[in-house]
Design a protein around this ligand. Structure first.
Ligand code: CUA
Length: 347
C-alpha cells in the first residue's frame, strides 16, 4: 500500500476504520452466539415474585438507558456531521448561555433519575425480607464450601440442595458458620450476604416447579467458585414425600451385605470425626450424611451423586475442590466400593 492511499486530496484522512468493519461484525456475531442458551443461572427467567420484581426494575432502568443513549448519540452524530470543518469555512460562532437549553438538560436528567429512583426504592422495600404470615421458614448457613439448610418448623435439615414447595411463601434466614458468603439463586431470589453473628433475610414465593441453580456470590476462599447450590421446587405432594424421607431413620444395611461392610468401614475410618449419620456418628464438621443417597449431587452441589464421583471424592477431595477440609482417604478398592455402596443406600 502506498503511503498516501489513505490521504484524500483535501488533506483530511479517509475513514480507515471502514477496513475494520468486517472484523467488528465477526466479533459481534461471536459475542451474540453466547446468547443461544441454555442459561441455568439467568436472571432473565424469573420464577418467583422476588425475581419478577428485580426483572421489572432491570428492564425499567434498561429502557431509560436505551432512550438516553439513542438521544445523546443522535444529537452527537447530527452535531458532528452538521458542524464539521469544511475547507474554506471560517471559525464557528460560539454560543454562550441558552436559557431554554440549560433548563432542559438540567430538568430532563433529574426527571429520569426520579423515574428510576422511585421504582428502585419500591423494589428495595419489596425485597427486604418481609414474609407473609404462615411462610415456610428456612435457615441457611454458609460453610466453606457448602450449604446447610434447616427447616425449624419441620424438624429436618438439608445440604446443598434446598427443597421448597411451589406457590408457598418462603422466609429465608441466613447466617454464616465462618466467612462471608452470599446466597444467590438467580431464578428465585438473592443475592444476600451471609455474615457470621448476623441474620439476613429474603422472602420469595416460587411460582413454578423445577430445579434452579445458584452460586455463592461473595468471594469466600479457594473454592468460592465451587460453592454451588440447587433449589428444587416441588409440588406439595412431592415435597411432603421428601420431608417424610428426611425425617425417617437412615437405612439399616442387611447382615452380610456390602452395605454393612461399608458401614463398618465408615465406623472405623476418619469419616465419623466430621459427619453425622443418625445412629452411627454425630460429628458436625461436614454435611450430615443420614440421607446422602437421596441427593442428586455431592460436594457442594459440584458433582453428580454417582458411584464414580463418590469414589473419587472420598479418595482425594482436595484434588477435586481446592481447600476442601476432607483429607484424602487411603482405602483399598474393596473397602472403597463397600463404603460407597453404604452411602448410596442412605436414601
Ligand atoms: Cu461462599 Cu463464596
Amino acid at each position: 500500500m502506498a503511503p498516501n492511499d489513505n490521504v484524500r486530496v483535501d488533506g483530511l484522512r479517509s475513514p480507515v476504520y471502514f477496513d475494520a468493519v468486517p472484523f467488528v461484525l465477526v466479533a459481534v456475531l461471536l459475542v451474540l452466539t453466547g446468547c443461544s442458551g441454555p442459561f441455568p443461572q439467568s436472571v432473565f427467567a424469573p420464577r418467583s415474585d422476588f425475581a419478577t420484581e428485580l426483572d421489572g426494575l432491570f428492564w425499567n432502568v434498561f429502557w431509560w438507558a436505551v432512550a438516553v443513549f439513542v438521544i445523546v448519540e443522535t444529537l452527537l452524530i447530527v452535531a458532528i456531521v452538521r458542524f464539521r470543518a469544511r475547507p474554506g469555512a471560517g471559525a464557528p460562532k460560539p454560543v454562550h448561555g441558552h436559557t431554554l437549553l440549560e433548563i432542559g438538560w438540567t430538568l430532563a436528567p433529574a426527571l429520569i433519575l426520579v423515574f428510576i429512583a422511585v421504582p428502585t426504592m419500591r423494589s428495595v422495600f419489596a425485597t427486604a425480607g418481609h414474609a407473609p404470615e404462615g411462610a415456610l421458614r428456612v435457615e441457611v448457613i454458609g460453610h466453606q464450601w457448602w450449604w446447610e439448610y434447616r427447616y425449624p418448623t419441620l424438624g429436618i435439615s438439608a445440604y446443598n440442595e434446598l427443597h421448597l414447595p411451589v406457590k408457598t411463601p418462603i422466609l429465608v434466614e441466613m447466617t454464616s458458620g465462618d466467612v462471608i458468603h452470599s446466597f444467590w439463586a438467580p431464578g428465585l431470589g438473592g443475592k444476600r450476604d451471609l455474615i457470621q453473628g448476623r441474620t439476613s433475610r429474603i422472602a420469595f414465593r416460587p411460582d413454578s416447579t423445577g430445579e434452579f441453580l445458584g452460586q455463592c456470590a461473595e468471594f469466600c476462599g479457594a473454592s468460592h467458585a465451587n460453592m454451588r447450590l440447587r433449589v428444587i421446587v416441588e409440588s406439595d405432594s412431592v415435597f411432603q414425600r421428601w420431608i417424610d424421607r428426611q425425617r425417617g431413620a437412615p437405612a439399616t444395611p442387611a447382615q452380610g451385605s456390602p452395605e454393612e461392610r461399608g458401614q463398618q468401614i465408615y465406623r472405623r475410618s476418619a469419616c465419623i470425626g466430621c459427619h453425622t449419620i443418625t445412629g452411627v456418628s454425630s460429628a458436625k464438621v461436614g454435611p450430615d450424611l443420614s440421607h446422602v443417597g437421596s441427593r442428586s449431587t455431592i460436594a457442594g452441589a459440584l458433582f453428580p451423586n454417582t458411584t464414580e464421583s463418590l469414589q473419587r471424592w472420598i479418595q482425594n477431595a482436595p484434588a477435586l475442590k481446592p481447600g476442601a477440609l476432607m483429607p484424602p482417604q487411603n482405602l483399598s478398592g474393596e473397602d472403597l466400593d463397600a463404603l460407597v455402596a453404604y452411602l448410596q443406600s442412605l436414601k
